[in-house]
Design a protein around this ligand. Structure first.
Ligand code: 8DG
Length: 128
């Protein structure tokens, strides 16, 4: 059966740029750019999952503000359901612990970066 995973992602904006993070160099999405976040654990709300993931990955406390969109994307190995939320930093400096790199990028810059395929509709959404 096709594995399905459900993920939350944080869209963090500063001026006209967005916080983008580059995945590590293993797996189907190696080195692709993404918005920080991760898998929702059993019993968690989206907000709880996103706050936990950003604390774990970036040692930063965020506030989840507004829901933006949900994307359903079929990768080779699994089906992904991705929920994107606008978030604000409350405390911390977005320190990388799992990602290879980060970049505050404008929409035009993001469109030239290699984002995970599921994120393309997020970029389109942000540019409207
Ligand atoms: N956080 C995040 N994940 C994304 C985005 N776009 C996208 O396709 N994904 C995919 C990559 C992963 O397969 C999954 C996120 O889960 P994760 O980061 O916990 O996955 P992982 O494989 O690194 O974690 P793990 O299984 O090793 O625990 O969603 C995005 O913008 N943000």
């Amino acid at each position: 059966m096709n594995k399905s995973i459900e993920v939350v992602a944080a869209i963090i904006k500063k001026d006209n740029t967005y916080f983008c993070a580059q995945r590590s160099d293993h797996g189907e999405l190696a080195k692709k750019w993404e918005f920080p976040g991760g898998k929702i654990e059993k019993g968690e709300t989206h907000k709880e999952a996103l706050e936990r993931e950003i604390l774990e990955e970036l040692n930063t406390k965020i506030e989840v503000k507004t829901f933006l969109l949900t994307i359903n994307h079929q990768y080779k190995g699994f089906n992904l359901i991705l929920h994107a939320y606008r978030c604000e930093v409350i405390e911390g400096n977005l320190e990388l612990s799992e990602h290879l790199a980060f970049k505050w990028a404008t929409i035009d810059e993001m469109k030239k970066m290699e984002f995970s395929a599921a994120d393309i509709p997020v970029l389109d959404y942000l540019s409207t």
